[in-house]
Design a binder for this molecule. Structure first.
Ligand SMILES: *Cc1c(COP(=O)(O)O)cnc(C)c1O
Length: 355
């Protein structure tokens, strides 16, 4: 038996799998509508919005790409600080969408002032931000960047909160975020295959004005169907059963307790890293609280460490992503982890390190 401590997909509980194995229901009927409606309040609370939650049967990239297709009429500004955010710029290119970017070194965070300077050049109608850059363990200043973007009327603001959603509070409406999206295989601790997203009125207006939005990822179709507690096409119903279960556990625990638990579990890993001399890859003050990315010390045999941890204890951590593969390693504390389960991992890592 092995257990995932990689930053997504993460470990899924037996209770979640049990909830997912309920008998199948048809999606054009009152049972499904009730299921759809039941997940709304919990998702809206996590997102800090009164807007409906849309359920896309796709991984996060489906909605990330759809955001470009639905919302960019002129030019998108992508804020690039790691593998996922850099790729958003590349995807715009693959779609033939005019794009410019702010690129910072991996490990650094996006500066709100740099965003202001770039938007002042003019010509942009869309900005994409990854709140928590999972490849580098950097959490960007969402509130600071949102404030800047909001000062530019006509600029739609899309935020990927894939690895921060439900790990930290997000205030979509208060910050003026136009599209917020999150794949469920990260902090929501579900199997992959579903993405939750929300659109502001302005985002839906923009989408309406753009031709060639297709069907499967047309935001207008999601909005129209949501009015009837439904989705444009057959959704991953089992995953929605799982989502309903997870939202129940989140309500039971309490949001503040959940956020505090993520912060405390993350601090355990930071303390462990400091004890072994592993420097944080993320710039000071911008460390994620849902995962930790460590820089590999020169003489450290990271590959053997990861291999032995898995072979001897069944724990799987990640050996770096994209161009920092092999140079960093990442440990997730998202989802259902407790101080006790993080301590089990720490004890195992200590054993492998021989200390
Ligand atoms: C995992 C991840 C994605 C990609 O999600 P897919 O489910 O592979 O489409 C995008 N953004 C962030 C921040 C992620 O952590």
């Amino acid at each position: 038996m092995s257990k995932l401590y990689i930053p997504g997909p993460i470990n899924v509980s037996k209770a979640t799998f049990a909830a997912m194995s309920q008998p199948m229901i048809g999606h054009r009927g009152s049972e499904f509508e009730a299921l759809y409606a039941s997940v709304q309040p919990g998702l809206q609370q996590l997102a800090g919005t009164t807007r409906p939650a849309y359920l896309s049967t796709s991984s996060a990239w489906g909605v990330m790409e759809a955001s470009l297709r639905n919302l960019c009429a002129k030019k998108v500004l992508t804020l690039c600080c790691g593998a996922f955010s850099d790729k958003w710029f590349e995807v715009a290119g693959k779609m033939g969408i005019a794009a410019d970017k702010i690129q910072v070194e991996w490990g650094e965070a996006i500066s709100p002032e740099a965003v202001r300077a770039k938007l002042e050049e003019g010509g942009f109608d869309l900005v994409t931000l990854i709140h928590n850059e999972t490849s580098t363990g950097v959490m960007n200043d969402l509130a600071g960047i949102a404030k800047v973007v909001k000062a530019f009327p006509g600029v739609i603001f899309v935020v990927d909160s894939v690895s921060s959603f439900s790990a930290v509070p997000i205030a979509m409406d208060a910050l003026g975020i136009d599209v917020l999206l999150a794949g469920v295989q990260k902090a929501l601790a579900l199997p992959p295959g579903l993405t939750v997203f929300f659109c502001s009125g302005a985002a839906l207006e923009r989408a309406k004005s753009l031709p060639h939005r297709g069907y499967y990822f047309d935001f207008g179709e999601f909005a129209k169907n949501a009015e009837k507690n439904n989705t444009p096409s057959t959704p991953a119903i089992s995953l929605i059963f799982g989502l309903q279960h997870i939202l129940g556990t989140i309500a039971e625990e309490g949001l503040e307790q959940r956020y505090a638990r993520h912060a405390a579990n993350n601090a355990l890993i930071h303390t462990w890293g400091a004890r072994h001399g592993f420097p944080n890859f993320a710039a000071a003050g911008h460390e994620s609280v849902s995962l930790t990315c460590f820089r590999k010390p020169e003489a450290f045999d990271q590959a053997a460490f990861i291999k032995n941890l898995r072979a001897r204890h069944g724990y799987i951590i990640n050996g770096g992503y994209g161009k920092i593969k092999g140079l960093t390693f990442r440990i997730s504390n998202m989802g259902n982890e407790t101080a006790a389960t993080m301590q089990e991992l720490i004890n195992a890592m200590d054993e492998v390190l021989g200390s």
